[in-house]
Design a protein around this ligand. Sequence first.
Ligand SMILES: [Zn+2]
Length: 130
Amino acid sequence: MKIECPHCNKKGIGYFSKWWSGSATPARCSQCENRSYVSNGSRYYSTPTAINISLITVGVLALLLTQNFYFLLLIPFGYLLSQLYIVFYSPLEKATAKEIGRNKRLGNIFISLLLGAIFLYYLVQIIVSN
Ligand SMILES: [Zn+2]
C-alpha cells in the first residue's frame, strides 16, 4: 500500500517517506522517480497544528478541572493524530531539482549559522571564566 504521487498519479510513495518528507528532503516516487513533499504550510500552519492545540487545551483544562493527570495523555494522542493526518490527508507538492538544491543550501546555511552560534557561545564562556 502506497500513496498517490502528484507527478504520475500512481501509488508510488511510501507512508513513512511522505511523513518524513520536506522541501529539502522530498519523498521519491517508486513509479516515476519524481520527488514530492508535504509543505510546511500544510504540515505546521494547518489542520495538524489545530489538532495538537485542541487536544493540548482539552487535556490541560480537564486536568485542571478533575485533578486527573491521565488527561495529559491527550497531548501525545493529539500529536499521533496530527501525524496520521499528515500521512493520510495532507497534500503532496511537486518538487523540482532546482528547488530541492536551493532548499538544501538554505538548510546547510542555517545549520552552519547554528553551529557557529553554539561555538561562539562556548568561546565566550571560556573567555569570561578565565
Ligand atoms: Zn510518480
